[in-house]
Write a protein that binds this ligand. Structure first.
Ligand code: SF4
Length: 480
């Protein structure tokens, strides 16, 4: 073998990780590391969120030398902490090949080569096959899907075609050095372990805002589902209590979804499942009932906007009236419904953005998250944004307008948050978790016991961000 010991590194620094980033196992790099297993003598997977000591670059370098690591592979997936990670990578040894991949790395190839002189190769797109060729020392010019340095220039090889999901080996969880638990702001909420399973890649829909259906290369990942038996096998080998199916849309093929639910029941797999879905699932009562029987507890639903003009702009395929109707059906099932919304859309007024919490309450969503619209490089909304007077898109994909600057949009986001998440709302969330048996009484007791710790961490963060007073006035004075 060319390389003796490969380090696969999730580089997000533990105490800077946001709550959601802290929750997810680094499944992307686990997929890549698993596929690399037969191409290297030894492989170590390190997640810096769980390795406080190794967050110090000197300790990490010592670890690399002591372990005889002779190639380092890093996954940059999230939008956050990009600059910090680049700074961190600059400290890596120059005599050890440094390979970088992941969603964000694919999007920022040129920047990475510019700011990190020690990066040897950037793997673009899905990396499972590419990493094997790199580790086998295939000449760089023959490896599809990479960018690399040659004579002081960056060379971009052709893209690699995407393989059917069923052909890709599922992550070997024995490579993990930690148990991933449900935690928020670095506080473990329960002792329950959490994992994600990808039962299909891609999505057949073409919602125009969507950053999932196109990869950063502009390649559409056609929907590709794994066999039900293969998913069941993976579930059996996963010891987590809570599983999130991280498919873009778990219910693309209702017949397959029903088979999967049946197989979960037949195989007596007792877990609490969460899945992402389109709200049209409300039209399928048989599937909804099977899901409840199989242990599904929570659905994450992309509503996107309460306004028909925005839904039409997104090509979302439903109207606000249809959302209301679908929720009348969904409410009949003991499931927790979390809705995603997008604000700061093209042509959207502040009043319209602030209608999100009202609409969410009206349709009885249990909780929401809302994100600012992003216009990625290949987004079909790019043209509209560019030709709409007063709108601007930054090189980082952020959109703002003359009327709504980044700062104004940030303030609107906080108004949405505090208007929706009142102390009373937090109690109803807890009640719902108990009602649908997502948590047992014992787990809720644990949650209540750690809540002061959680509160202290939240207050600390608000102070660090110098917005404690603003938060207090939003909670107690300006509630809308
Ligand atoms: S928003 Fe959801 S349904 Fe629409 S394209 Fe993206 S993943 Fe598919």
């Amino acid at each position: 073998m060319k390389y003796k010991h490969a380090l696969f590194l999730n580089p997000y620094i533990e105490d800077k990780s946001t709550s959601v980033m802290g929750l997810f196992p680094p499944i992307g790099i686990e997929y890549v590391a698993t596929s690399a297993k037969n191409s290297v003598d030894k492989l170590t997977l390190v997640d810096l969120r769980y390795e406080k000591r190794l967050c110090d670059i000197n300790n990490l370098l010592k670890f690399v030398r002591e372990q005889g690591i002779d190639i380092i592979c890093v996954s940059i997936t999230w939008n956050r902490q990009f600059e910090e990670i680049c700074d961190f990578l600059k400290g890596f040894p120059k005599d050890i090949p440094l390979i970088v991949g992941g969603y964000k790395a694919t999007e920022q190839v040129e920047t990475l080569f510019k700011v990190c002189p020690n990066i040897s190769i950037v793997v673009r797109g899905e990396g499972e096959d590419t990493i094997q060729e790199i580790l086998k020392d295939t000449p760089a010019q023959d490896i599809l899907g990479i960018s690399y340095r040659k004579n002081g220039q960056v060379v971009h090889n052709e893209n690699r075609q995407l393989r059917p999901a069923d052909e890709i080996t599922t992550p070997d969880r024995s490579l993990r050095r930690y148990n991933y638990t449900l935690n928020l702001n670095n506080v473990p909420l329960t002792r329950l372990t959490f994992d994600t399973v990808l039962s299909a890649r891609g999505c057949p829909f073409n919602c125009k805002f969507c950053t999932f259906s196109l990869n950063p290369l502009g390649q559409k990942r056609n929907y590709s589902a794994r066999r039900v038996e293969s998913v069941i096998e993976e579930l059996k080998n996963t010891n987590a209590d809570i599983i999130l199916f991280s498919d873009d849309n778990f219910f693309v093929d209702p017949k397959r979804s029903k088979q999967l639910c049946d197989a979960i029941i037949e195989n007596n797999i007792k877990k609490r499942f969460i899945a992402q879905a389109r709200i049209e699932i409300a039209k399928d009562p048989i599937l909804l009932q099977k899901m409840v029987d199989a242990g599904f507890k929570m659905l994450l639903l992309g509503i996107e906007s309460p306004h028909d003009k925005i839904l039409a702009q997104f090509d979302k395929g439903f109207t606000s009236e249809m959302v209301r109707k679908y929720f009348t059906e969904l409410k009949k099932y003991p499931l927790y419904y979390h809705g995603y919304f997008i604000y700061g859309n093209i042509g959207e007024t502040e009043e319209e953005m602030l209608y999100i919490p009202e609409f969410a309450k009206e349709i009885a969503l249990d909780s929401i998250t809302f994100h600012k619209l992003r216009i990625e490089k290949f987004s079909p909304l790019k043209e509209l944004a560019e030709k709409t007077p007063g709108y601007h898109v930054t090189s980082r994909g952020e959109i703002y307008s003359d009327a709504y600057s980044h700062k104004t949009l940030k303030k609107i986001a906080r108004k949405i948050k505090f208007s929706y998440y009142t102390p009373f709302k937090l109690l109803t969330i807890l009640r719902k978790f108990i009602a649908i048996k997502f948590f047992t009484f014992k787990e809720v007791a644990f949650l209540l016991a750690v809540s002061p710790w959680l509160l202290v961490n939240i207050i600390k963060r608000e102070f660090q961000k110098k917005r404690m007073l603003n938060s207090l006035s939003n909670i107690f004075l300006k509630r809308q």
